[in-house]
Design a protein around this ligand. Sequence first.
Ligand SMILES: [Zn+2]
Length: 293
Amino acid sequence: MTYIASSLIAVLAAAGSTYAQLPEPYVNYPNGLSPVFDQGFFAGTASPTFSIQQWPSGTAPQSCVNELAWNGCISGRAVVYNVTYTDCPTPWVFCRCDNADLSINQMADFFGRMPVHLRSVVRHPMAVHQDGCSAYATTGSDDGDIVMQGNCNTESIWLHETGHQLDARGLGNGVGFSTSPAWINALYADSCAADDYGNTALWEEFAQMTVVAQSDTIYNVVPQQAIPGCFNNQLAALEGAFKASHLTYGGTCISRIPSSPSVTAVWKRGISRRGVQRVGPCKFKNITPPHKH
Ligand SMILES: [Zn+2]
């Protein structure tokens, strides 16, 4: 009975059914991604040199006004910066609340450790204060921001949120990769998700597999798998679409999302969320910052 049902579902999936492909029966990283991958990212990546220039108070990108206010960052507490890396002449505009757990130097470093082509799918990195850590991405056609809520001090979290932008924008045609046949079929062919969080939604699994694929791109190995190879179809699909174009280091920024328009910053609580498409809040277990020696 079960076998017949599975075969029928396979046929439906092949025919383009919207049958949900998650949850998978297994996960490859039962303790989450951070304990496995973050030490490697810390050791194996480095940000290009960057310069930081703080904006005068009173002006900010519109989306920073919206997102920081939505996070309760009120009057006078928001700070805006140009961060310019040596591999791209156009700065990224970062925004943080002045009580954010991440400093602007930390933010610029975590962001800068990603390949410049991957950074280019992000418009504004932001950080606010929160106990613990969650994060989200704004992925609508007029969005493109990633927001760290709390002490999100590991590379895997930055890669996950940027993975949501890669999903939404990487193909450049307005279609999210995680809802495409290529991703659905890969999930069907695999027996596991990356971890429990990835197993909750197509796009969360894509974001977690972005972390795995970035590690694979750097080290050419996927370590410590509970069930070796159980997500290899997803890995192949993601890398086939984005490894050369976004996950490989080198080059310069070749396309950037224009900054959100600068406006007179009025930092109020409860600014309208209209028109913004948020993915998250994403929550991660066993966040394991690498030790600095
Ligand atoms: Zn997520």
